[in-house]
Each structure stands twice: as C-alpha cells, then as structure tokens.
Design a protein around this ligand. Structure first.
Ligand SMILES: *Cc1c(COP(=O)(O)O)cnc(C)c1O
Length: 351
C-alpha cells in the first residue's frame, strides 16, 4: 500500500439483486411489489409545489411520524424515519451496536447485516439456522452479546418465528438492543410493535419497499422506546439531518390514508403465494412455508444455478445466492398471477 491508499476504509459492499436496464423482463428477484402504490400516493406527489421544493424538509418528518404513530397505535416520539429501512438499520448498527461485544444475527439472513457490521467495525457472531432453516431461539439466550438483529419473517427463508420465542429473546437480553426487522411482516407474520411498550430494548424496523409498493421512493422507519428513538435521531443529526425528502414524506402519509387499497394488494399477493406453492410442488420443488412475498425453493433434481441461468435466458429473473448452504435454492418473488403463470410454464419447459 502506498500514498492515500493506506488510509482508505476497506469494505465488502452489499450486492443487491439485479435491476435490468432493458424492458420486457419478468422481474421476480428483489421482492418488489408487482402492483403500483395507491392512486392517492401519485396524487399527493403531483400536489407538491415549488414553494415546498424550494425549502428544506422537516428534518424530523413530524407529519409522517405522527401519521405512522396513529397507524400503529404508538406516540410520534416512538417513531424514527429514514431513507428506506436500509438507512434506518444502518443507522441503528452505528447507534446501538457500539459496546465491543459480538452482535448476534443468523448465519442465513438478510445479507446486508454483515456488510454494516464490516463498515462500522462491529464484531459479530452468526448462530446457524436449524435443519429446517429456522432460527433457534436458544442461540440468543444466555449468550453474551452486544446486540441482536433478525428479520421476522426471516429472509431469504420466509419463515416466521414463534412470538413467545421472540419475547423470550427480548426479555432475556435487557442490556442489548434487540432489533426485529419487519420488512415482510405485512404478508403474514405477527408484528412485535405492541411489545415496544413493554420492553425498552426492542426496536422494530419497517419498510415501504415491499408491502407498500414504494421501493423507488425509499421510505423506512423504526418504532421503539422514546429513548432509543431519541438516540437514533441524535446520531442521524450528527451525520445528515435531512434524510427524507418533502416528496417522500407526502407520499408516505398518503399511502397510510388508503388502507383499503393496501390490504387488497397484500391479500392478492398472499393468495398468489399460496397458489404458487401448489404449482412449485407439482414441478418438483420443496420450500419452507413462507409468510413473506417470496418463496425459497429448492428443486429435488436440477441444480439451482442452472435453473437460474435458463430462466434468465427466458427473460425471467429470480434470485440465486452463490453461497454455501443456500446455493441449492432460488428465492422467487411473488409477482402477479400472470407473471407466476409465465414462470411455471417456463419452468415446466426447462425442467
Ligand atoms: C428489503 C429489505 C430491507 C430494506 O428495505 P428498504 O428498501 O431499504 O426499505 C431490509 N431488511 C430486509 C430483510 C429486506 O428484505
């Protein structure tokens, strides 16, 4: 190493699923919602005027924090908002995982966690999922740690955890912040938000990217005890005060105001997911019983990497992780019924 190169931060970045630049592709690789957001969201965006754009946004996005608080039955002082939940979770690693003890998260989980740990130099340990790809509650109890994070339902397995097990983890780690990443909870998991009133070490993170069809707007939030939220705000305001744009704030509030549409979209996706399970089984796949908007499927005969390639040649994108333990699986996002039918007929031909 020489010159400035010896001073640089060494990182291994997160690799997101491909965003193809050509059209005509059935995109089932990044867990986006196949349906557009509510028309009210698009109207709200059109209503943004030059005066609003000219000024900085409210750094606390209080109008949105209040709307989210009302939606979830908490106080606005319990809500922190950010540019997607990646922003919120990254900020949480920086804020809460500072003690020097190892942070715990599963070995098979959202692959951004170890990237943030690397970036912020947080030591960590990754307890293994069990043979059924489930998180073992006992791995997070009576183990010295500097914090805990896991998604519920977990990604990329789609499996949710028993509520009593989760509460046991939170209860038995009073001196650690426990983060439950609820990116997919709207598709069938049970939210732990009510428990944030009982446990001051519990932080829930949520995103608008999946169930609310707004990945392109970049909106996420966290809910927890006021002290956790105040600490997050202090760290955010030491780095970048204006995270959410005034446009994103308006759009986010509008989405909450059309709950009927939101629930209808979620229901369509979960119905399509259940139907997809039947079809995939017929094609020779097995998979954990997903509660999310994707299915983590393994074919009994044909290698996942090969299926991935052949689907890609046929302009269908799914996610393949070329990583030990999960390289036999494909993570297939639940799209529209038409998209899934194209997938099944293509798989029928390939296999
Ligand atoms: C998609 C996802 C996120 C991040 O979502 P944002 O688009 O940044 O809001 C966080 N956690 C998990 C488990 C995810 O799958």
């Amino acid at each position: 190493m020489y010159g400035w190169k010896k001073n640089i931060r060494q990182v291994t970045p997160y690799v997101p699923g491909e965003q193809p630049r050509e059209g005509n592709i059935i995109k089932l690789n990044t867990n986006e919602n196949p349906y557009p957001p509510s028309g009210k969201v698009l109207e709200a965006i059109k209503g943004v005027d030059g005066e609003q754009m000219r000024k900085y946004p409210d750094p606390d996005a209080l109008s949105l924090a209040k709307a989210l608080a009302g939606y979830h039955g908490v106080s606005s002082s319990n809500v922190f908002v950010g540019v997607g939940s990646d922003d919120v979770i990254g900020m949480s690693f920086l804020t809460f995982f500072n003690g020097g003890e190892k942070v715990l998260f599963p070995d098979i989980t959202y692959s951004f966690y170890d990237v943030w740990a690397g970036l912020f130099k947080v030591p960590y340990m990754t307890p293994e999922l069990d043979g059924d790809l489930r998180i073992c509650c006992s791995d997070y109890i009576n183990v010295k740690n500097g914090g805990i994070i896991f998604p519920n339902p977990n990604a990329p397995t789609g499996l949710d955890m028993d509520m009593r097990d989760m509460e046991e983890i939170i209860k038995s780690n009073p001196s650690s912040v426990v983060i439950v990443d609820e990116a997919y909870v709207d598709f069938g998991g049970v939210s732990m938000i009510p428990l944030t009133k009982k446990y001051d070490n519990l932080l829930i993170t949520r995103t608008y990217s999946k169930s609310r069809s707004m990945a392109g707007m970049r909106i996420g939030y966290a809910i927890g005890d006021k002290e956790l939220i105040d600490t997050l705000k202090a760290v955010k305001n030491s780095y970048n005060s204006y995270t959410l744009s005034s446009v994103a704030i308006k759009a986010a509030i509008a989405s909450l105001e059309d709950d009927e549409y939101f629930k209808k979209c979620v229901k369509k996706i979960t119905d399509t997911r259940e139907r997809s399970k039947t079809e995939l089984k017929k094609l020779g796949f097995s998979f954990p019983d997903s509660k999310a908007n994707f299915i983590f499927a393994k074919h009994e005969k044909v290698p996942a990497g090969e299926i991935f390639q052949r689907l890609k040649e046929n302009k269908i994108l799914v996610r393949y992780f070329d990583r030990e333990k999960i390289n036999g699986h494909l993570r297939i996002t639940v799209g529209t019924d038409e998209e899934m039918d194209s997938l099944f007929s293509c798989l029928g031909r390939i296999l």
